[in-house]
Design a protein around this ligand. Structure first.
Ligand SMILES: Nc1nc2c(c(=O)[nH]1)N[C@H]1C(S)=C(S)[C@@H](COP(=O)(O)O)O[C@H]1N2
Ligand SMILES: [Mo]
Length: 325
């Protein structure tokens, strides 16, 4: 009886989100000639923080020039409402519903990003100038949280490799470090240092950052990123656990020192630097062999590198992935 009820209240996401309708919409936009580079981004829309806006309500991200989906037929899009109301963003609280509830007052406009460290072209610039040279692309990726739940999200973003090339890291740079904004007035979670040490920090090896799968996302479902999903710009590395995909980035630093990412600092026996999705290496407190796809009833097997082994496996050739987790 209870199981029947649970089934009823958790229908398959494919029944809720008509993926084809969404993709057809994108094709429709392509056909109308609205696809014209990334020029119009972020200039004409209010911040989106509500969980219930219908997909496609915001035209600001229409000019998508390219894009591809690295998901399978068994990966229907997670409904917009779930993507934007079931979140991890400890700056707004530790509950899954806290970000959507508390992120309303956060104002990501205007936004500045600083690029510094071991590179030829450091500087601080507004988000528009940061994005201007880059093409927006749509990327549909699986997102696998270290807590063993997952989603499928249609991101809009720019190639991180292109960003790295543009700022020209020098020969000594080995890593790129990312930092989230600190804004206690608007981010209630940051008023307590017992939640996490702020700012939230993440990092990638430079060759990981150069992998074509890595993007800086500025939107999802064809809209600007809602605050709770990391407005106005966040990392997305789909072969790694979700905590690597740092939100609301204000600083990008090229360095020769391996960044001390926040969750590694919090619990180094549980979270490492690489955080590659690996069903064969369990979290000390739970198995990583399976995951719950949001909207699904039954759990599914977790795939090595979250199913992106073909694209990223080479980056880790010869490494002991049990030790370098
Ligand atoms: N700054 C910051 N970035 C963050 C987090 C966070 O708490 N703070 N949570 C991470 C975790 S654990 C996950 S699973 C993803 C969740 O992204 P989503 O809420 O957009 O699905 O964001 C990641 N990025
Ligand atoms: Mo996560």
């Amino acid at each position: 009886m209870l199981i029947r009820m649970a089934r009823k209240s958790t229908p398959k996401s494919s029944e809720i989100t008509p993926k084809d309708v969404y993709l057809n919409r994108r094709r429709f936009i392509a056909g109308t000639g609205l696809i014209a580079g990334s020029a119009a981004l972020g200039l004409n829309s209010a911040p989106v923080s509500a969980a219930v806006e219908p997909p496609g309500a915001n035209p600001a991200l229409s000019p998508i020039v390219d894009g591809y989906s690295k998901v399978g037929a068994d990966d229907p899009l997670t409904p917009y409402t779930d993507v934007t109301s079931y979140n991890n963003f400890y700056e707004f609280g530790t509950g899954k519903g806290d970000p959507v509830e508390n992120a309303g007052p956060f104002n990501p406009k205007p936004w500045e990003i600083t690029v510094d460290g071991m590179c030829a072209n450091p500087g601080t610039m507004g988000l528009e100038d940061f994005l201007k040279p880059h093409d927006l692309e749509e990327r549909i990726y699986r997102l696998r949280c270290v807590e063993a739940w997952s989603m499928v999200v249609p991101w809009v973003g720019i190639s991180l490799a292109d960003v790295v090339k543009r700022f020209e890291p020098n020969g000594s740079a080995k890593y790129v470090q990312f930092e989230t904004i600190v804004r206690k007035e608007e981010m209630v979670g940051q008023r307590s240092r017992r939640i996490l040490p702020w700012p939230y920090i993440e990092g990638l090896r430079l060759d990981e950052a150069m992998n074509p799968l890595a993007i800086l996302a500025v939107g999802l479902y064809g809209e600007e990123l809602p605050n709770q999903n990391g407005a106005p710009i966040r990392l997305m590395t789909p072969w790694k656990y979700g905590f690597k995909s740092i939100k609301s980035i204000v600083k990008i630093t090229f360095t020769d020192k391996k960044p001390k990412n926040t969750w590694q600092v919090m619990a180094s026996n549980e979270y490492g630097f690489y955080a590659n999705v690996n069903p064969g290496v369990d979290h000390p407190r739970w198995s990583q062999a399976r995951e719950r796809r949001i909207g699904d009833f039954l759990r599914r097997e977790t795939l090595m590198f979250n199913g992106y082994e073909e694209e990223v496996g080479e980056l880790y050739a010869g490494m002991n992935l049990r030790k370098e987790y």
